[in-house]
Design a protein around this ligand. Structure first.
Ligand SMILES: Cc1cc2nc3c(=O)[nH]c(=O)nc-3n(C[C@H](O)[C@H](O)[C@H](O)COP(=O)(O)OP(=O)(O)OC[C@H]3O[C@@H](n4cnc5c(N)ncnc54)[C@H](O)[C@@H]3O)c2cc1C
Length: 340
């Protein structure tokens, strides 16, 4: 028996408590009984939500644990998603929310909380520990915790984080209406962020360490034609200056520029600390897993941006969610057969 926030396990009981679980009002959902679920899905980004829908449709009992209220993953931070088939032109928030609503419409049970530990119970089950101390058990884990935006790691950055320095233009861009901002990076995320900011800010500096941009050439061409966008290449930010908020950037070309906001779009770090030592990771920290999403740890399946892959996008994350459940369902059969 675990602590007072232990949740129940029969599907019917969980369904009836969905509202409490989603709203974070756990107390009314407490039942002093330990439940062994089929799967616990960690993360409700595109990969985790897709997995939840596939599990539900397959009649499996899967709980989704997500740390952010109404979280639908990183795509929420995209101003506009034009490459998800059949749904062009939606904002990232709208697309993510449509995924989440799909899962909710199928009565997928959600639990709001941060996973802080994963432990093997025995050779057919795992225990997931949350920040509040509660513990939840399942035969398999669908690990879909995604990535976190990378920081520049320069002097002054940590002190001014959130006080002029950000990574999400959709969340924080509107605070800089009519002001001067910089975007650091050269990929799609940087180009899209600069384009979005050009529509609301007075001045946008796009700073890329390389001569070439890896992002969409069409977007770069549009940016090049905008009067309020200045593109600086082969340059980076060495230091940020400011008191209670960001005031200026010291660049590697020896110049300083006054800006009110800095948006960092320089890639991501995989959220894989929880599985380090359990599943094999590559040198960059991504979980080594192929299209089947099976990892080196029996019973842990990696879906979405957390796993080794060529292309980290919504469409590949959604595909992984489906593949992970397909593979995990076969694993579940072997677990049940062995159990007799
Ligand atoms: C600014 C930006 C723009 C983008 N634009 C596009 C685009 O136009 N088109 C496109 O296809 N892709 C785009 N992407 C990429 C796309 O967002 C990702 O590929 C996709 O979201 C990956 O989905 P995921 O489910 O693997 O991971 P994520 O979306 O990262 O979701 C992971 C989830 O896990 C949760 N989580 C993490 N750790 C824990 C924990 N310990 N406990 C509980 N929950 C946890 C997180 O809160 C999060 O909700 C963009 C990304 C960014 C940042």
């Amino acid at each position: 028996m675990t602590g007072s926030r232990e949740l129940i396990c029969s599907e019917a009981i969980c369904d009836s408590f969905d509202t409490n679980i989603i709203s974070g009002n756990y107390d009314e959902a407490i039942i002093e009984e330990t439940v062994m679920r089929d799967f616990i899905i960690i993360g409700s980004g595109p990969a985790g939500l897709s997995a939840s829908v596939y599990a539900r449709r397959g009649g499996m009992d899967a709980l989704v644990v997500e740390k952010n209220t109404y979280g639908s993953g990183q795509i929420m931070g995209s101003p506009r998603v034009d490459n998800y088939l059949g749904l062009p032109g939606l904002s990232g928030y709208e697309l993510g929310e449509s995924f989440r609503q799909h899962a909710l419409s199928m009565d997928v049970p959600f639990l709001e909380g941060t996973v802080t530990g994963i432990r093997r119970r025995d050779n057919r089950s795992w225990e997931v520990v949350l920040e509040d101390g509660s513990r939840h058990e399942a035969h398999a884990i669908i690990y879909a915790a995604g990535t976190t935006p990378r920081n520049l790691g320069i002097p002054g950055e940590a002190r001014l984080a959130g006080r002029g320095i950000h990574s999400c233009v959709v969340c924080d861009g509107p605070f800089y209406r009519g002001k001067s901002v910089a975007v650091v990076g050269g990929g799609d995320s940087a180009l899209d962020s600069a384009l979005y900011l050009s529509t609301i800010c007075d001045r946008v500096h796009l700073i890329n360490i390389d001569r070439e941009f890896s992002g969409n050439p069409g977007t770069l061409e549009r940016l090049s034609g905008l009067g309020n966008v200045r593109i600086v290449t082969e340059c980076t930010v060495k230091q940020v200056q400011g008191g209670s908020k960001l005031e200026s950037l010291d660049l590697s070309n020896g110049r300083s520029i006054r800006v009110d906001g800095l948006f960092e779009a320089i890639g991501a770090v995989p959220n894989t600390d929880l599985v380090r030592g359990l599943a094999e990771l590559d040198e960059d920290g991504y979980i080594i897993a192929g299209e089947s999403c099976a990892t080196s740890a029996a019973g842990i399946f990696a879906a979405g941006d957390v796993r080794t892959k060529l292309l980290r996008q919504v469409v590949t994350a959604v595909a992984d969610g489906a593949a992970a459940i397909y593979t995990a369902a076969h694993y579940l059969k072997t677990v049940r057969r062995d159990r007799g």
